[in-house]
Design a protein around this ligand. Structure first.
Ligand code: NAD
Length: 254
């Protein structure tokens, strides 16, 4: 007898990492419901359903999760990939409005989505949650301070939820990518490049040179790690903050 398909909710499913993860989960036999504040031009074949959702709208998060649970019967997997980079300010020049904007989407958004789905999984006594944080959550950086702080919040939310949901057979993990070839890094490279026509390429090369593997990740590589963590056979892995970063935090050695 074949096992019933898992039901997965993927936020940020119109973006690079979210779409690649949705596609990979689908290929592994999972029924995937995508959510994003931006609807895709046409629904990709790997999405069984798509719900437009702004993760900062707490009521909409509650209503969407409730509707999916009612319609599909269970939510076995949550992948929370929705997020923004924000503008570039250093700490001393960051307006509090920018800090609040990034925290609202990346940190409070993660809190709301993980809480709502966590309640469903607690009642089911089964599930896997993976949130996309960043290596920036674990390091001091000179720029994108609100982003880094928001991703540190995502990590701590995951650790707390792993503690709370452990007794309910629910795993909660964070993946921490280094640079990934998606629209988000394109935005960063364009900004870093300034008016130099080759500036974005130079910014990419400079960042890649700081990574032992010498290159960025492809979204499919992050998707592969996320999919591994959502496999019920790996349920005993919980509370991890797993770098998917080509060794980026090792330093380059001497
Ligand atoms: N690209 C990288 O280098 C990198 C590195 C580390 C972590 N990450 C994280 O990975 C995740 C996915 O990023 P990506 O690289 O695929 O970027 P992306 O910009 O391609 O995708 C992000 C997606 O999130 C959606 N989104 C943004 N705000 C939202 C909101 N309020 N409600 C619902 N959806 C919203 C966007 O519409 C977009 O589809 C993000 O959380 C990002 O911080 C990315």
């Amino acid at each position: 007898m074949t096992a019933p398909s898992q039901i997965a909710l993927v936020t940020g499913s119109s973006g690079g990492i979210g779409a690649a993860t949705a596609e990979r989960l689908h290929a592994a036999g999972t029924v995937v419901i995508g959510c994003d504040r931006t609807a895709p031009d046409s629904r990709p074949k790997w999405l069984a359903d798509f719900r437009e959702l702004d993760v900062t709208d707490e009521q909409a998060v509650h209503d969407t999760v409730t509707a999916i649970k009612a319609e599909f019967g269970t939510i076995d997997v949550l992948v929370h990939a929705a997020g923004i980079l924000g503008n570039e300010p250093h700490l001393l020049t960051t307006p509090s409005s920018e800090f609040a904007r990034v925290m609202a989407i990346n940190a409070t958004g993660a809190f709301s989505v993980l809480r709502e789905v966590g309640l469903v999984m607690q009642a089911q006594r089964s599930g896997s949650i993976v949130a996309v944080a960043s290596v920036a959550a674990k390091e001091a950086r000179r720029a994108y301070v609100p982003y880094n702080a928001s991703k540190a919040a995502v990590l701590n939310i995951c650790w707390s939820l792993a503690l709370e949901l452990g007794p309910d057979n629910v795993s909660v993990n964070a993946v921490c990518p280094g640079p990934v070839n998606t629209a988000m890094w394109n935005q960063l490279a364009t900004r870093a490049g300034g008016s130099d026509p080759d500036g974005d390429q130079r910014a990419r090369q400079a960042r890649a040179a700081q990574i032992p593997m010498g290159r960025f990740a492809e979204p499919e590589e992050v998707a592969a790690t996320i999919t591994f963590l959502t496999d019920p056979a790996n349920r005993y892995l919980t509370g991890l903050s797993l770098d998917v970063a080509g060794g980026a935090r090792l330093g380059m050695g001497s």
